[in-house]
Design a protein around this ligand. Structure first.
Ligand code: FE2
Length: 377
């Protein structure tokens, strides 16, 4: 049921940050088999069973499993019949991120502000209630068919959302140390990057904190450009990529072809111990991009002293980069579905607030080797 609020909270009235966001609330992925996807994210990535909605809770057109690891919540949703929006989305895009849900104090206010500033509406504010209180959600479109939902849960004490029941199971693999969503990258079409940069500035009140052009991010063959958008408190960071002219097809072009449009390219999740986390992920079958071992011959000359031993980093293929504020360790999975589209980044920040620019060349050459094998370069 839609609600109306004429009372905009006073605390926001004069705020420069007109859209305060507390953090990422959840990510909803539309996938072809939610039950098996949930098993995969539990078994391979160490997520825990959290909640369920489907036939047993009265839904007739879809089924969702919610898995959680520390602050990261994923909803995995599949259709229960043909002809649904979820099914159409999967048919066009394959498995991918549909909803990036943002946790706000007042979803109606956030929605109204965004609409006032030019956002396209996906869902007007809806109040959902159960015995534990109420949640308000509203949504706007961002790039492609991706949605930002505003989620207000200050009057809710329940497990996740009304309409979901607790998912209890005897199969509970150990977590691998993933803590929160560090950033999420969107790939958009050639010439569209600045349009979406403007959208995040004008509609969401974000600011651009970094940019990379084709001189930063190019190999012998392919190139891309990227700008990083951040909300006021820095908890939400969205780099936006677009392809740049190169001799061959870039990884962003490949993504856009196979996703059939703009969408989420990777979800970067943070850990406090990248070596332990990646060792465990590899033991559970997650495949990562590998750079040549020569990368490690000059690593310490490039980044200076680091706390970690070089050997396990080299063995696992973890990359390191340094900026003015510190350093970071990062590694990228191969795409997690059949299409060469969405993948994960595992990142540990030790002061650094950047995104690993020093690794771009080695990394993109690694991606090109994969593209070569796929015949999509
Ligand atoms: Fe990233």
């Amino acid at each position: 049921m839609p609600i109306t609020t004429n009372n905009i909270p006073k605390i926001y009235e004069n705020a420069a940050d007109f859209m305060p966001i507390n953090g990422t609330d959840y990510l909803e992925l539309y996938v072809s088999n939610s039950k098996q996807a949930a098993h995969f994210y539990k078994t391979a990535f160490g997520f825990q069973s959290m909640a369920y909605a489907g036939l047993e809770t009265g839904l007739t057109d879809r089924e969702s499993y919610v898995v959680v690891q520390d602050k990261i919540r994923l909803i995995l949703t599949s259709p229960l019949k043909s002809g649904t929006d979820v099914g159409r989305h999967i048919d066009k895009h394959g498995d991918g991120v549909k909803m990036i849900a943002l946790w706000v104090d007042d979803a109606t206010y956030a929605y109204q502000e965004a609409i006032k500033r030019g956002a396209k509406s996906y869902m007007e504010p809806v109040v959902e209630k159960d015995k534990d209180g109420q949640v308000v959600r509203a949504g706007i479109y961002t790039y492609g068919e991706t949605i930002h939902l505003f989620v207000e849960r200050k009057d809710y004490k329940g497990l996740f959302l009304p309409a979901f029941k607790k998912w209890e199971t005897d199969y509970n693999p150990e977590p691998v140390g993933l803590k929160y969503v560090d950033h999420m990258v969107g790939n958009v079409e050639l010439g569209q990057m600045n349009e979406w940069v403007n959208f995040y500035e004008d509609v969401m009140g974000f600011t651009q904190i970094m940019s990379f052009d084709d001189k930063d991010i190019s190999t012998e063959y392919t190139a891309l450009m990227s700008k990083v958008m951040s909300n006021g408190n820095g908890r939400i960071k969205f780099p936006i990529n677009e392809p740049a002219e190169g001799l061959k097809r870039s990884q962003v072009d490949e993504y856009l072809d196979f996703y059939e449009g703009a969408g989420v390219q990777h979800i970067a999740v943070a850990t406090d111990n990248v070596i332990a986390t990646v060792k465990e992920l590899q033991a559970r079958g997650i495949e990562f991009l590998r750079v040549p071992t020569t990368y490690y011959d000059v690593l310490l000359d490039r980044v200076g002293p680091i706390d970690e031993d070089l050997e396990p980093l080299k063995e696992l293929g973890v990359l390191v980069d340094r900026d003015d504020e510190g350093y970071l360790l990062q590694i990228f999975t191969k795409p997690v579905g059949p299409r060469p589209t969405m993948f994960f980044e595992i990142i540990q920040r030790k002061g650094a607030t950047s995104f690993g620019k020093g690794n771009f060349k080695a990394l993109f050459e690694a991606i090109e080797r994969e593209q070569e094998i796929r015949g999509t370069l």
